[in-house]
Design a binder for this molecule. Structure first.
Ligand code: GLU
Length: 685
């Protein structure tokens, strides 16, 4: 093993993949692994610490290859403790070091939060392609510090104009077989058909993220759009080392990537094996796409040759090796050309002495978080603070987890029944107000028993047509939180739905499988399902980018306090709730709340307690259940919870505006379960 002081063969302050061959990079990286993420390394590369990773002994440029470089690929691990980062005026938190760096450089130049988000997305689509990208969709909330206005943006994927309510269930009106490929012997019942459905053309929605970024940039951009793609183009051209999570995603999807030879050729070696951790990978097609976007705007993707390629991929009728038949999607060029990102009203409610703003329909995220918080407001949560507080958020208490999980059950019950794209299916009462009414939620809170879990909750009753229930959703996605020098704040959750989307790739990016967030079934015994497929409808999401403000003396929305969000499919709502409660009720800093054990429940008897967390003992005692020796887990079981200690795949990115020693500072937390980092004009507090 080489010592940590061994100089790495490279030119300082230039991306490591430019200066040395892939082979020597790998050698250097292997030597680095024993040292990375430790704070006792000698790091002097960054003279200007802004946008560099600050350690106890200095700072290091992201991508420099020097000891402590957070971009040095490491095997994906369950949980790697992280330290709170403080900055003076600007900050960015994303799930990947290269993406944080790209966003930070934009902020450093004086770019706005939206400018930084464009640069971050351009890089994420390359270095974390399994989670988000140009072929996906996104939701964003933006706070304009000057006008104090919160604006939300909907870049959700859309079903094609030709889609009918059986789009995911049958091949056509005259052929009741399920969309292909369906592996032999698989019953196409309800949402269980999810995995093979991802490979069919029916899963792909018209992408929305790029149009949304363009719209937000028109509203709040400050640097020229064309100048925001440089980092992405450079990384795609020069290559970057495959990270631990990307390597895991490739290995986990290896056989499915054969669905599209173009995807297989990019992610796999010539012999069909998965490209592995640290391999330098280049994506010239992606660089060309970014260059086209930079010069022509979003139209480069929604019209012309790239749009034609997207449609071709959706309409593929066979794939795989050996080849199998695929049911094509019905997307046309007109679906792409006609796609519009939308400005939407955010869902803002009070929670104790705060205002919390979230994303409204077609996401259920903001409303479900608000519903749970409105229920929890009826309990003295501060009395159930985690014990043994540490940088990882301490040990949650049985009653704290019980109350939050029960509030979650009640909120998810309403979500599953009533929430969908409101351009098609109105909410009870025509707005979020009825579902979030304080008296209604107090009555819901009264259903919570301190001594027993309710198991499964029943949705509230509203004078609306009877509706069926849908809880469909997958896992993938990524979240960024950004504050710029002018105090504008942006939270954006961006996705191609589940890992590697629909396994189709064109022009250097993957296409989403977002339409699987619709209910496969159009109705159940109770009636039509709100989240059924309809032409030009957007599938219900759980993404919950969230902004928190202090309440002003007159009760109105005051100063910005906190921005957060996470990936995790329907579980996103649980991750966001626990992070909000961690800061607002339990006084945690941004990193503690982000790191805290992920816990909560959707509307089932199962309560999640993230077993990957160092403060949870997830082992199985002899003759017992997983986690049986852990007092939190056994305490919950005593209250009737069915506890799962499976690892939770959150990727929370949080920024909190705090006062330390009389000065206002930004504090950031990146999820220890992912690869992300916090950057900004950082300082050592
Ligand atoms: N498609 C999901 C949604 O929109 C997100 C998937 C994930 O977070 O992994 O809610």
């Amino acid at each position: 093993m080489e010592s940590c002081e061994t100089p790495i063969p490279m030119q300082p302050r230039r991306p490591l993949f430019r200066a040395v061959s892939a082979l020597s990079v790998l050698g250097a990286l292997l030597a680095l692994q024993a040292c990375s993420n430790s704070d006792d390394v000698i790091t002097t590369a960054a003279q200007d610490t802004a946008c560099a990773q600050v350690t106890d002994s200095g700072s290091v440029d992201v991508g420099s290859g020097l000891p402590g470089d957070p971009a040095a690929p490491e095997p994906a691990s369950g949980f790697r403790s992280k330290k709170l980062v403080s900055a003076k005026t600007y900050m960015v938190v994303t799930a990947n070091p290269y993406a944080s760096k790209a966003g930070c450089e934009v902020l450093k130049k004086g770019g706005s939060a939206v400018d930084a988000a464009v640069a971050v997305q351009a890089v994420l689509g390359l270095v974390e392609p399994q989670s988000s990208g140009l072929g996906g969709g996104a939701f964003m909330l933006h706070y304009d510090a000057k006008t104090k206005k919160v604006q939300s943006y909907d870049g959700r994927e859309m079903a094609p104009a030709a889609a009918t309510d059986d789009y995911l269930r049958t091949i056509s009106a005259t052929n009741a077989a399920p969309p292909l490929p369906i592996p032999a012997g698989t019953a196409p019942e309800s949402n269980a058909a999810f995995t093979p459905l991802k490979q069919s053309g029916r899963s792909v929605g018209t992408p929305g993220a790029v149009r949304m970024l363009e719209l937000a940039h028109k509203d709040y951009g400050s640097l020229a759009w064309k100048d925001l793609f440089g980092s992405g183009v450079q990384l795609a051209t020069d290559g970057f080392p495959i990270s631990g999570r990307m390597a895991d995603a490739i290995a986990g999807s290896r056989t499915l990537l054969f669905t599209d030879p173009e995807a297989a050729a990019y992610f796999l070696n010539a012999d069909g094996s998965a490209k592995t951790l640290g391999t330098i990978i280049k994506n010239p097609a992606y660089a060309a796409t970014l260059t086209a976007l930079a010069s022509s705007g979003a139209n480069a993707l929604y019209t012309g040759p790239i749009a034609e390629n997207i449609v071709k991929k959706i309409k593929m009728t066979s794939g795989g090796s050996p080849s199998f038949a695929i049911t094509p999607g019905l997307t046309e060029l007109s679906d792409l050309a006609g796609y519009q990102a939308k400005r939407r009203d955010p869902v803002c409610t009070t929670y104790r002495s705060y205002w919390v703003c979230g994303m409204g329909a077609p996401s259920s995220g903001g409303m479900t978080v608000a519903s749970a918080l409105g229920t929890l407001e009826n309990f003295y949560l501060a009395g159930y603070k985690p014990t043994a507080m540490d940088t990882n958020g301490g040990k949650p208490t049985v009653m704290g987890v019980h109350l939050i999980s029960e509030a979650g059950r009640l909120a998810y019950a309403d979500r599953n029944k009533y929430m969908a794209d409101t351009d098609f299916i109105p909410l009870p009462g025509g707005s979020p107000a009825a579902l979030l009414d304080k008296t209604y939620l107090r009555n819901r809170a009264n259903l919570i028993d301190f001594t027993r879990s309710m198991g499964t909750a029943v949705a509230g009753t509203f004078t609306t047509a009877p509706l069926g229930i849908s809880s469909a959703e997958g896992k993938g996605t990524t979240h960024m939180t950004i504050v710029d020098k002018n105090g504008n704040v942006l939270v954006m959750t961006t996705t191609i739905e589940s890992g590697m989307g629909s396994y189709r790739m064109t022009n250097g990016f993957l296409l989403n499988n977002q339409l699987t967030d619709f209910s496969v079934l159009a109705a159940d015994a109770s009636g039509p399902i709100a989240n059924r497929v309809q032409a030009n409808k957007r599938p219900r999401s759980s993404m919950a980018p969230t902004l928190v403000f202090k309440m002003a003396d007159d009760g109105s929305m005051g100063d910005f306090l906190m921005g957060t969000g996470s990936p995790g499919g329907a579980t996103i709502i649980q991750y966001v709730i626990k992070t909000l409660v961690g800061v607002l009720d339990w006084g945690m800093d941004a990193q503690q709340a982000t790191s805290m054990v992920d816990f909560g429940a959707a509307n089932s008897a199962t309560t999640n307690v993230g077993g990957e967390h160092p403060n949870v003992n997830a082992t199985t005692p002899a003759g017992g259940l997983p986690g049986g020796s852990d007092p939190l887990v056994s305490g919950l079981r005593t209250l009737g919870h069915t506890v799962s200690v499976s690892s939770q795949s959150s990727g929370i990115s949080t920024i909190v505006k705090a006062t330390r020693n009389g000065a206002t500072v930004l504090e950031g937390g990146a999820d220890p379960r992912r690869e992300g980092i916090v950057l900004g004009d950082t300082f050592k507090p």
